[in-house]
Write a protein that binds this ligand. Structure first.
Ligand SMILES: [Zn+2]
Length: 412
């Protein structure tokens, strides 16, 4: 009798605890939306999810969606809906922006509109992906920008499994989480200082971010157990660049990223990697190479006579249509970009001509700068911790908490 009674008590208690946690996290973003919009708030990242011209409509779904919008000439926030609903469709019909909920249609003059905030009790679904936080649609000229305002740690829980397989060793996942967090905050500071209206792209242009459905328990653990940790060099956040696999050693960061990283930033210097990357072979047509040479040299190329390669550059000796011989050297990472990433990495071992084709042979995958992900996992499987992994690929750096970083920054 008593046993049954206790079982029920535990069930009810369990349910209550679950319910309280659940409702707390569900209402967090709705209750705190004003602080989420504060540009000084570095706990919230602004991720550009989508942009373009509204051709038909923009749909947002979620539990109990509500809408707030601001007008250009009035500072106050308008409630688009007092009652809550589950579906919002924004139809752009110049110069009015119509939105619907329930059976009613509402119109706002587009020229008066500053932005729209979309809040829900749990997540907002947009183009079949679910996002935590709030969605903001900003209208600039005739374009729209869908921006997700989300807590940095929540953002990372989607980024880490999108950037590294969630089945990998936990120490490698932790190293990835810290690199991704450092990269994100560096971008936040950079773009906010410039006055830009979002912090990161949701694609590999910055870091891949596809919303809640990508979250996994292993990567959530990696993010939670490194909460707030970032990498600094000389008290400054580093450019925590990372790539798939380096092919044997990483590439010095200031070479391919010379516009972004100065030579002094030797935390991105070349290091040896214990993981030997896979070899790759890519056949590129002579036609394509001639076009690239033409683009870079402005010469009409008649024939290519020889090609050679070293660890940084590929050199072409070619003949123009005017019968003059020329040579042109291009950095391997620039060549990779010019070839639209048809060669897997800038780590080229060999190059040879075969009829109408040029055959490149190399190692690794990705730009080769900073953390090598395959190398990190290999180190982790061999007993190295995330601290050791990070200090290997980003030499001379240290791990500190983001709150310490900001408090030091204020004292400077
Ligand atoms: Zn490597």
């Amino acid at each position: 009798m008593y046993r049954v009674f206790f079982r029920y008590i535990f069930l009810i208690l369990g349910f209550l605890i679950f319910y309280i946690n659940f409702s707390y996290s569900y209402n967090f973003y709705r209750n705190n939306f004003a602080s989420l919009l504060n540009k000084e708030n570095y706990e919230v990242i602004r991720v550009l999810i989508d942009s373009g011209y509204i051709q038909s409509k923009l749909d947002f779904r979620g539990n109990n969606i509500s809408l707030r919008y601001t007008l250009k000439n009035y500072p106050s926030i308008y409630q688009g809906a007092n009652s809550l609903f589950n579906f919002l469709s924004i139809i752009y019909n110049p110069p009015f922006l119509d939105y619907y909920y329930a059976q009613n249609k509402y119109s706002i003059n587009l020229n008066d509109l500053n932005d729209i905030l979309i809040l829900s009790d749990d997540f907002v679904e947009y183009k079949n992906r679910k996002y935590k936080g709030i969605m903001r649609v900003i209208f600039k000229y005739e374009k729209y920008y869908v921006i997700n305002y989300v807590e940095l740690e929540d953002y990372l829980k989607s980024v880490v499994p999108s950037e590294m397989p969630y089945t990998w060793n936990i120490e490698a996942l932790k190293a990835q989480a810290i690199a991704a967090r450092t990269y994100a905050i560096k971008m936040m500071i950079n773009r906010r200082t410039k006055g830009e209206f979002f912090d990161v792209y949701s694609t590999v242009l910055d870091q891949a971010y596809y919303g809640i459905d990508y979250e996994k328990s292993t990567t959530n653990l990696a993010v939670d157990s490194t909460k707030g940790m970032v990498l600094v060099f000389n008290n400054d956040l580093i450019w925590a660049l990372y790539h798939s696999n380096c092919g044997g050693y990483t590439i010095s960061g200031y070479l391919p990223f010379n516009k972004r990283v100065s030579k002094d930033d030797y935390y991105l210097s070349s290091v040896k990697c214990i993981y030997q990357g896979n070899n790759w072979v890519s056949k590129i047509s002579l036609y394509e190479i001639k076009n690239i040479l033409k683009r870079y040299t402005k010469n009409e190329v008649y024939s290519i006579n020889s090609i050679s390669v070293n660890s940084f550059k590929t050199t072409f000796i070619y003949q123009t249509v005017n019968n003059t011989f020329c040579n042109y050297s291009i950095y391997n990472w620039d060549l990779r970009k010019a070839l639209n990433y048809k060669i897997k990495s800038p780590f080229i071992d060999k190059v040879k001509m075969e009829g109408d084709w040029i055959v490149f042979e190399g190692r690794g995958s990705g730009h080769g700068v900073g953390l090598c992900q395959y190398g990190a996992n290999y180190m982790a499987k061999n007993g190295y911790t995330y601290v050791q992994i990070l200090s290997h690929y980003y030499p001379n750096t240290e791990i500190i908490s983001i709150s310490d970083y900001f408090s030091k920054l204020l004292k400077r």
